[in-house]
Design a protein around this ligand. Structure first.
Ligand code: HEM
Length: 125
C-alpha cells in the first residue's frame, strides 16, 4: 500500500491506522480490507471534488456580482487573521461568521447537489 512518511492527522492517516490495526488485540472485529480503504478514498474524492469546485465557482461568480459582500468578507478575513497572529486554519476560519453565512447563502441559491424530500406531499412534475 502507498505510504507517506509524515503524519498529518487527516482522513488518510485515520484509514492507515485502521488498516495497520487489523488483526491486533482490540481489533478482532476489524474486517477492513485494503480494497475497502481504497474504496473510501475513491468515494471521498468523487463526493468531494465536483461539489467543492462547483461551490467555489458559483461563490466566485456571486461575489463578483456583489462586490460589497466580497469587501465585507475580505475585511472579516483580515480582522480575524490579525487577531490570531496571521494564522488562518480550521479554528480561525470558524470565527469567520460572515464568510460562513455567504457560503451558506450561496449553497441555498446554487446547490451543487439537490435532494428531494420524499413524503406524501411530494409531487413529481
Ligand atoms: C459544497 C460541498 C458539498 C455538498 C453540497 C455536499 C452534499 C452532500 C449531500 C447532499 C449528501 C447526501 C447526504 C444525505 O444523504 O443526507 C452528501 C453525502 C456525502 N458527502 Fe458530501 N457534499 C459536499 C462536500 C463533500 C466533501 C468535500 C466530501 C469528502 C471529502 C464529501 C463526502 C460525502 C460522503 C462520503 C457522503 C456520503 C455520506 C453517507 O454515506 O452518509 N462531501 N454530500
Amino acid at each position: 500500500m502507498y505510504s507517506r512518511k509524515e503524519k498529518r492527522g487527516d482522513f488518510i492517516d485515520r484509514l492507515k491506522e485502521l488498516n495497520d490495526a487489523r488483526g491486533k488485540v482490540g481489533h478482532e472485529n476489524n474486517i477492513l480490507t485494503e480494497e475497502m480503504v481504497m474504496a473510501q478514498g475513491i468515494g471521498f474524492f468523487i463526493a468531494g471534488f465536483e461539489t467543492s469546485s462547483n461551490t467555489m465557482s458559483t461563490l466566485s461568480y456571486n461575489l463578483a456580482m456583489n462586490p460589497d459582500v466580497q469587501e465585507k468578507i475580505y475585511e472579516e478575513i483580515v480582522s480575524v487573521a490579525e487577531a490570531n497572529d496571521g494564522v488562518i486554519d480550521h479554528e480561525t476560519i470558524g470565527q469567520m461568521v460572515y464568510l460562513e453565512a455567504a457560503v451558506d447563502e450561496n449553497l441555498r441559491l446554487c446547490p451543487p447537489v439537490t435532494r428531494y424530500l420524499l413524503n406524501e406531499s411530494f409531487i413529481f412534475l
